[in-house]
Write a protein that binds this ligand. Structure first.
Ligand SMILES: *Cc1c(COP(=O)(O)O)cnc(C)c1O
Length: 368
């Protein structure tokens, strides 16, 4: 979707907050692990290029989810290592190689397709994914990993890393986490040889299972200032949310009692009411489930009334406000605050999804 810069609907991204969050994490983990910043999905909606350029000195590498995200970083002069966290289309390995992008080997079947092509792979660096219980990608038996290592050696490919991913690191119940931990550890003990980097932790694992952090911490959501567990587990230190979502009143009117608002006429005024309209809707990632939640105007909570439409929605005001008055959807206004986690709780989802769904139509503005 095309960005709409002539509209006052913006996501403000505080790059200093992101840097501060990384610094706090480093202090928490100590000097040993490297921090690789996870900037997949356009840096969780914050803007992958701006974020990566801003934090390149704070991290040792980057993680993305596919080749196009990796190429975007290289095209924008990011020179540190970039690891793609899933298998890519085997026929595109040469393109990745040309841009010095580090790949994940999800299976023996995948690496066989890669080496069957007639290309020089001697400059390729890979990390082998281990499925210790997440059930997404990776090898489940150590024999398969050892066969992969043989193949890598035969073709002169650098076996740079091995990693796994935890499914329940953000939960209070630790049973599943411990099972995965034991499986990964047993796996490493039977591995033909260990690579330079062994890694297994995302934000939640590092926060609540700090002893598990190995050579690399793959830091995602907390870099952006959010708690991976939502409100379930307390953070050991405070984080600064980096993104705030704002718009302005484009239309203000007084509606008589007994009038209905929006598609489906789902809201009816019970008294004479000031109603504001804003230029933001589900095409901006502000889903229809947001009906009945609130926004901030002049430091006060105002209900979202009627259905959220594609490009606009209405809010109930406590008084008349001039056109252009700021409306905060995520962020602070005075002492009041709405977090991405509050929005997620209302929608019955997670803060990650709320951030990722903010569409490209919303212009990102950066605070250096
Ligand atoms: C997305 C992802 C991460 C980062 O997770 P956060 O919870 O955002 O820290 C780390 N590792 C892998 C494999 C991922 O897919």
């Amino acid at each position: 979707m095309k960005a709409s810069p002539h509209r006052h609907t913006t996501a403000e991204v505080d790059l200093v907050a992101i840097k501060n969050n990384i610094k706090k994490f480093k202090k928490y983990l100590g000097p040993k692990p490297q921090i690789w910043g996870v900037v997949k999905a356009n840096a969780y909606g914050h803007g992958a290029v701006a974020v990566s350029q801003a934090i390149e000195k704070e991290v040792e590498g980057f993680c993305v989810s596919n080749l196009d995200e990796a190429l975007e970083l290289r095209e924008n002069l990011v020179t540190k290592p970039v690891l793609i966290l899933s298998g890519i289309v085997p026929e595109t390995v040469n393109l990745a190689l040309q841009h010095d992008i580090t790949l994940t080997v999800p299976s023996l079947a995948w690496i066989k397709l890669v080496v069957a092509q007639d290309i020089d792979l001697t400059k390729l660096k890979v990390h082998v994914a281990v499925d210790s219980g997440m059930g997404r990608i990776g090898v489940r038996e150590v024999e398969e990993a050892n066969a992969i290592i043989d193949t890598l050696d035969r073709f002169g490919i650098t076996f740079e890393g091995i990693f796994t991913h935890f499914a329940t690191a953000d939960e209070a119940d630790e049973e599943k986490f411990k099972l995965q931990q034991e499986r990964f550890s047993a796996f490493l003990n039977s591995l033909r040889r260990k690579p330079r980097y062994v890694h297994s932790t995302n934000t939640a694992s590092a926060l609540w299972h700090t002893h598990q952090v190995q050579d690399i911490e793959r830091l995602g959501i907390s870099m952006y200032g959010l708690n991976p567990s939502g409100k379930t587990l307390p953070l050991p230190f405070e984080l600064e949310p980096a993104l705030s979502l704002k718009t302005e009143l484009t239309h203000v009117k007084q509606v008589q009692s007994g009038e209905t608002l929006g598609y489906g006429a789902t809201y009816e005024t019970s008294e004479s009411t000031w109603i504001g309209t804003v230029s933001l809707g589900y095409a901006d990632g502000w889903t229809r489930a947001m009906q009945g939640f609130h926004v901030l105007v002049d430091g006060k909570y105002c209900e979202i009334v009627g259905r959220v439409s594609m490009d606009q929605m209405m809010i109930k005001l406590d008084q008349a406000y001039p056109l252009g008055t700021v409306v905060t959807l995520i962020g602070r206004d005075g002492v009041a605050e709405i977090s991405a986690t509050d929005v997620a709780d209302w929608r019955g989802t997670i803060n990650y999804e709320v951030l990722c769904l903010i569409s490209d139509r919303v212009v990102r503005i950066y605070k250096q």
